[in-house]
Design a binder for this molecule. Structure first.
Ligand SMILES: Cc1cc2nc3c(=O)[nH]c(=O)nc-3n(C[C@H](O)[C@H](O)[C@H](O)COP(=O)(O)OP(=O)(O)OC[C@H]3O[C@@H](n4cnc5c(N)ncnc54)[C@H](O)[C@@H]3O)c2cc1C
Length: 296
């Protein structure tokens, strides 16, 4: 096998890509794992819903995973996949080199869509959240503001009330709501404000949000509802089937996309996005690819 030829190339070292790498490397397969750094899991301050993992940051989970894959001989490179060609073998290009493999795992995740509001970095992932499944629990019985730009945020307000807290203000910008929707919010005792959020207030603890018109809304916790965009620019030109609306890749039960031998994991593929789900998908895909590599 040539220097840049692998059994499998995995793009993205979130929990999905890392778990696929662990499985494949433990069949003594030659695996390249490319990662550009960042990623949604690294933003998580405290993962509490991952079986067997004492609550800790997502960065810690990924750092442990990277040490683990290296211990089994995976080649880990801090490089960004720029493009991917599918011919009789896959070719992945980065700014540093070109690599080939008969199997590809795409586990490059997604990035948040929310606007950058002054003061956000102080509180992001501590008291400002983006993922209900991950952090909704932390809003229990707190004074919650939901920020969004679509009817998704409107629906989220009702869901949050059923699960976590009765004290909710919904702030929408630029979207306004039809009158009957506002009435529904009133009936549920959910406050509604149409306005542009300009700054998160508070020094160490979040105390509220200032809007462009000067209004200040008090708040202990915030849920952002702007969705996310998948990291797929290097897949341009491939005939991948996607879910309309989300643009996520459609895969079969084994995780294979509509391009043969190209597998997808985690936030990038249709389905729920959680660290433990991505890791489970990674294990499945690793086992599946190994079976295909076997010459029986
Ligand atoms: C603030 C926050 C808190 C969260 N908390 C939790 C939680 O408590 N529990 C939970 O289960 N989930 C949580 N999540 C969600 C979780 O991170 C994701 O749903 C899931 O882990 C996705 O994993 P992944 O492997 O698909 O992608 P990611 O973890 O996003 O990893 C993708 C990796 O691919 C890399 N990459 C992207 N493009 C390229 C490229 N072109 N070339 C090379 N590398 C590339 C990225 O740099 C990144 O390292 C949270 C998310 C956020 C944002």
């Amino acid at each position: 096998m040539g220097k840049n030829r692998y059994d499998c190339i995995i793009i993205g070292a979130g929990p999905g890509g890392l778990q696929a790498a662990i499985h494949l490397a433990r069949y003594n397969r030659r695996v390249l794992l490319l990662d550009q750094g960042g990623g949604r899991t690294r933003h998580a301050r405290r993962l509490e819903n991952y079986l067997g993992f004492e609550p800790a940051s997502g960065k810690k989970l990924v750092d442990i995973g990277i040490r683990q894959v290296k211990s089994f001989g995976v080649e880990f490179k801090s490089e960004q996949a720029r493009s991917l060609q599918a011919e009789n073998i896959f070719a992945v290009n980065t700014d540093q080199a070109d690599y080939q493999a008969p199997y590809i795992v795409v586990s490059s995740g997604a990035r948040e869509n929310h606007p950058l509001i002054k003061g956000m970095n102080r509180f992001f992932a501590r008291t400002i959240f983006t993922c209900v499944d991950c952090d909704g629990y932390r809003t229990t019985n707190k004074k919650l503001v939901i920020l969004g730009d679509s009817l998704e945020a409107f629906r989220l307000a009702f869901a949050m009330k059923q699960m976590f807290t009765r004290d909710i203000t919904l702030i929408l910008s630029p979207h306004s709501l039809p009158v009957d929707h506002v009435d529904l919010l009133l009936e549920e005792d959910i406050a509604f404000v149409a306005g542009k959020p300009e700054e998160f207030l508070g020094e160490t603890d979040l105390t509220g949000i200032r809007l462009a018109d000067g209004q200040e809304i008090t708040s202990e916790v915030v849920m952002l509802s702007y969705g996310y965009t998948i990291n797929d620019s290097f897949l341009t030109g491939l005939p991948l089937k996607r879910e309309s609306g989300s643009n996520k890749l459609i895969t079969d039960h084994a995780g294979e996309s509509s391009v043969k031998n190209l597998f997808a994991l985690g936030a990038l593929r249709v389905g729920r996005a959680q660290a433990i789900i991505a890791a489970g998908q990674g294990a499945m895909v690793g086992i599946e690819i190994n079976h295909r590599l076997l010459e029986l």
